[in-house]
Design a protein around this ligand. Structure first.
Ligand code: FES
Length: 342
């Protein structure tokens, strides 16, 4: 979308006054809103004024609307420059907005624009007779009848360059060409003959209750099939049972370990209370004896040493009594020496 700015100074009118008609319109719109909320009528009033100005909004007209509604000029200017329904520079008597969005582009919108370029000129250019100007716009919501254009307030759809050119001829001659689809269909009906929902039975009432009837006819057979299938499955399970899989979420029997129940089942007698007490006698408890110190082997130690980080005395912390460049395990500090693996 192009940057939306006010038209050049040289084409701006020097003054603007709301017509009596526009004033009556303004009062009607303002009356729709609560007292003091007249600013809500800004869009309808700008729209009305645009119509009165030949299809565009001069700066003086925007100022007049701001004054009429008691709004700061900048707020009305924001509205006028935001909405693309407001034109900020002069347009032709028949202002053509040609949709160039994907569905229309796929259906030939570029051919329409080529034709407009050849007949009218570049976008925003107004023809010498003041009849036409055109602009490429985004989707206008008639994609099913693409490609299409909007001329002033009317849509013209299913266009080809030839059809659009004919419509423009009629408009230039003061005529009123047919609006909407141009290739014989009504609204967005299929082009040509309908190919779906064409069976007469859909419309003669013969389908009423057909589904239920069909269901009632087929239900006994379906029920018999299900019953036979169930019986077959039961029979197969009885003759050829499948082992349960541990992960099938069912209880699976497995041999258990050394438990009193297993030992009892194997004929082993339980340990008597007297034997249990004798086994618990401390004097019979096995105690691991330590080795003499001479046989003790020190665990391996890394030769890499870690010393306390030296700090500044003014920090109020203990300063490690270590050289600036500690060198391996030979470094001794007043702090604790830490050795990897210790
Ligand atoms: S894409 Fe053209 S009307 Fe939607």
């Amino acid at each position: 979308m192009a940057v939306r700015r006010l038209a050049a100074d040289e084409i701006q009118p020097k003054s603007f006054t709301l017509s009596a008609d526009a004033e009556a319109w303004a009062q009607e719109q303002i009356a729709k809103y609560p007292e003091g909320r007249q600013a809500s009528a800004v869009v309808p009033l700008l729209w009305k004024v645009q119509g009165d100005c030949g299809g565009w909004l001069p700066q003086k007209a925007i100022e007049a609307v701001a004054e009429r509604l008691g709004m700061p000029y900048i707020r009305v200017l924001e509205v006028a420059t935001f909405y693309t329904m407001f034109n900020l520079e002069p347009v032709g008597r028949h202002f053509i907005q040609c949709c160039g969005t994907t569905p229309c582009a796929l259906r030939g919108a570029n051919d329409l624009m080529d034709m407009l370029r050849g007949r009218v000129g570049e976008q925003r250019h107004v023809t010498a007779d003041g009849n036409f100007s055109w602009l490429e716009v985004e989707c206008l919501g008639a994609c099913t009848n693409a490609p299409m254009v909007q001329i002033n307030n009317d849509y013209y759809e299913d266009l080809t360059p030839e059809i659009l050119s004919r419509i423009m001829d009629e408009l230039a001659a003061g005529g009123t060409p047919k609006r909407g689809p141009q290739q014989g269909r009504n609204a967005s009906e299929p082009l040509g003959e309908s190919v779906t929902l064409v069976e007469p039975s859909l419309y003669d009432g013969s389908m009423i209750g057909a589904w239920r009837k069909r269901f009632e006819e087929t239900a006994p057979a379906a029920e018999a099939n299900a019953k036979a299938e169930g019986e077959r499955a039961t029979q197969q399970a009885a003759t050829n049972p499948k082992p349960a899989k541990p992960d099938a979420g069912r209880v699976v029997e497995r041999p258990v370990g050394d438990t009193p129940a297993v030992r009892a089942a194997a004929g082993e007698k339980p340990v008597s209370t007297g034997k249990q007490a004798a086994a618990a006698e401390p004097s019979r408890t096995t105690v691991a004896e330590g080795k003499p110190a001479s046989e003790t082997v020190a665990p391996p130690r890394s030769r890499k040493s870690y010393v306390n980080t030296p700090v500044k005395p003014e920090d109020g912390r203990t300063v490690a009594d270590a050289p600036a460049s500690p060198d391996s395990a030979s470094v001794q500090t007043s702090g604790t020496e830490k050795t990897s693996g210790s």
